[in-house]
Design a protein around this ligand. Sequence first.
Ligand code: DX5
Ligand code: ZN
Length: 219
Amino acid sequence: MIAPSILSADFAHLAEEVDAVAGADWLHVDVMDNHFVPNLTLGLPVVQSLLKVTDIPLDCHLMIEDPARWAPPYAEAGAYNVTFHAEATDDPVAVARDIRAAGAKAGLSVKPNTPIEPYLEILRNFDTLLVMSVEPGFGGQSFIAHVLDKARIVRNLVDAGELRLVVEIDGGINMDTIEQAAEAGVDCFVAGSAVYGTEDPSATVAKLRDRVVAVEAAN
Ligand code: DX5
Ligand code: ZN
């Protein structure tokens, strides 16, 4: 799956920018509160407006403090997947339960230097694991390859039947780095600048997917 990130889109023309990635599997929406990360983007009203203009499932990535309070409303609004950060809460399982009860898939995200081992036991409460391959906060940064070890660990547990979840990666994904991520067993690839920085974002989504399919065919 390819999930274009609208963080790199033109915020004054969001509906057109969503149309420009027709064929995307998920639409990745980066919510930042200027506290958990040093940047401020958009919140629930914009997500509600996006839901009215697209049928692409919304993948909301909440880079915010206090997800217990702020995450469930995104699920209630109709987001398909609501991901929050492990570093932002002491009780991730309770937040996941509330997101699921509100009708969405629940995702857990870990920053590049956050180990996955302490969270393996609770991952059965989640539908998605979002491995950050840049420090959250900004688009256009370089891919941090060592995070792929986390993707491999979780991929193995999924393949062994011990977990059922989507392994997603976010940050620095482009036509080159997507191959390493695909080899590590990632299922869903977020790409912001690599998609919206091109003339034809929708064609770029298709090309990124072709790369993944080629890697999978070779393995
Ligand atoms: C960063 C965001 C990413 C961002 C990725 O904090 O979570 O989703 O849009 O942008 P690129 O693909 O340009 O690294
Ligand atoms: Zn993101």
